[in-house]
Design a binder for this molecule. Structure first.
Ligand code: FUL
Length: 485
């Protein structure tokens, strides 16, 4: 009796296991390349501030020659809390500070040079902008990033091997005293002429070998393993190829770094679009200033970008799967100017208004097919507000539609889509239909999705149903999130 009982339990278990095995559908295989954990964390930030501040703020220049007297740096009402608060209130997630720009002037009292705040009149030479910004970032919940210009027009050794040691010593000071650092910005600008300790000459370097980047990067990674590096060509984040505030409408995060070298024809186009068959994950960052210049100049007070322009930049950067680094330069008082703060506020208001009511929450969502007909890959994952769950199709399905029914007529203007990029970037093209006059009518067409795509319809439309058609994909589509506003 006991044996029979055991036997039937065993049989039951075996049957259950067999039936479970039959219904488990494996997730899609990744389409390479895929982002690293560090890059995934960076994608989530989406937007942060750039702050350009140095002697240029006081001389009116954009590129200081390197012969500026440190005493000229003298902000009168310096308040980094004011910067951090305005930046946080605008929805930006961090600050990347120009700790040293091309003029070589250091915003912290570096032990390795006299060309710094320690020889300025500001706070009798006892001030430290890097430290103050670091502390304000902490106070306002912002990440902190470092820009340290490789080109140094002040340093007498620039162009010789000893300058590389100088540069690395400064990185050690910054990372040891002001970390953790979320992003390091290596600027590709190398103009040639400069003060260079009084030599007043033109110095050329071989960009590909002089800085010995692989070893510098290794050194920084040892100090801060979570850092991501930005430069024209990565290794973690790439430049978007312009400083006007947009990445390509088609924007692939993959790119093959071997195809990137200065002087290559159409390089900026390549940076702007990435490449579908790229060998590494190298997502784009869009760097743009709220003013015409990177540094504050009072003559540009009336030329601050409007909230509407900033909103367009947002759609053309974050809305195309890139991150946005928006420069807001402090003025001679050491404050973000009233006009800039006003624009930031207006911009945040536009974003909040545009994305106020997500119409998909609680609505009916269906896809004609989903992977293995398993709930794990059903369309409901698109609207569960969990970015770790996703809708996916069977491996041989690269063209499929998803339908949303709001149950009543609603006004639609924006559609937000996100791929589950842990498994690679896949979608090549998609279109959007709206149910109007008893039929589906195409209202938009777009190409890549990646981390995020925001489609703005030409006109807001009244409709009860929206259909998203994935038209073509490198492999079965894997979408984690859709929002409709
Ligand atoms: C450029 C620099 O030359 C500009 O001054 C600015 O810092 C910008 C972000 O990068 O390459």
């Amino acid at each position: 009796m006991r044996t029979n009982f055991h036997l039937s339990i065993l049989c039951g278990l075996a049957l259950l296991t067999a039936s479970c095995m039959k219904t488990v559908t494996p997730p899609p295989a990744p389409v390479l390349p895929v982002p690293s954990e560090r890059q995934l964390a960076w994608h989530e930030l989406e937007q942060y501030a750039f702050v350009h501040f140095t002697t240029n703020t006081f001389t009116g220049k954009e590129w200081g020659f390197g012969d500026e007297k440190p005493t000229i740096f003298n902000p009168t009402e310096m308040d980094t809390d004011q910067w951090a608060q305005a930046i946080r209130d605008a929805g930006l997630k961090g600050i990347v500070l120009t700790c040293k720009h091309h003029d070589g002037f250091c915003l912290w009292p570096s032990l390795y040079t006299d060309h710094s705040v320690k020889n300025s009149n500001w706070k009798d030479g006892k001030g430290n902008v890097v430290k103050e910004v670091r502390e304000s970032c902490k106070k306002y919940g912002l990440k902190f990033g470092i820009y340290l210009s490789p080109w140094d027009r002040n340093n007498a050794d620039y162009g010789t091997p000893s300058y590389i040691e100088y540069y690395r010593n400064q990185l050690r000071e910054l990372f040891n005293d002001y970390g953790p650092v979320f992003e390091m910005w290596f600027d590709g600008a190398n103009g040639g002429d400069g003060f260079y300790g009084g030599a007043n000459e033109k110095r050329s370097i071989d960009r590909s070998t002089y800085y010995d980047w692989p070893n510098t990067i290794k050194m920084v990674q040892q100090m801060d393993p979570n850092i991501v590096f930005f430069s024209d060509a990565g290794p973690d984040i790439r430049w978007c190829g312009n400083e006007r505030g947009y990445v390509g409408e088609t924007n692939w995060s993959p790119l093959t770094p071997d195809t990137l070298y200065a002087g290559k024809p159409h390089i900026n186009e390549l940076l702007n679009h990435g490449s579908e068959d790229g060998s590494v994950w190298l997502p784009a960052e869009v760097d743009v200033s709220i003013r015409p210049g990177w540094f504050y100049h009072s003559k540009e007070d009336s030329l601050v970008k409007t909230p509407e322009k900033l909103f367009e930049i947002y759609l053309n950067s974050v809305g195309r799967g890139a991150n946005l680094i928006l420069n807001i330069p402090p003025d001679q008082r050491g404050l973000l100017h009233e006009n800039d703060v006003k624009s930031l506020r207006g911009w945040k208001k536009l974003i909040d208004e545009a994305f106020a009511t997500n119409l998909v929450l609680g609505c009916e969502v269906t896809a004609d097919t989903y992977r293995g007909e398993s709930a794990q890959f059903a369309a409901s994952n698109l609207i569960d507000e969990d970015k770790e769950t996703y809708w996916a199709t069977d491996d041989d399905v690269v063209k499929e539609s998803i339908k949303f029914d709001f149950g009543e007529t609603r006004l639609v203007k924006y559609i937000v889509l996100q791929e589950y990029i842990r498994l690679g970037q896949r979608v090549r093209n998609f279109s959007i239909d709206a149910w109007m006059n008893n039929s589906w009518q195409q209202v938009a067409q777009a190409t890549t999705i990646g981390h995020k795509r925001i489609v703005r319809l030409d006109q807001p439309i009244e409709t009860q149903k929206i259909k998203i058609n994935i038209e073509d994909s490198r492999a079965c589509p894997v979408i984690s999130n859709i929002e409709i506003y």
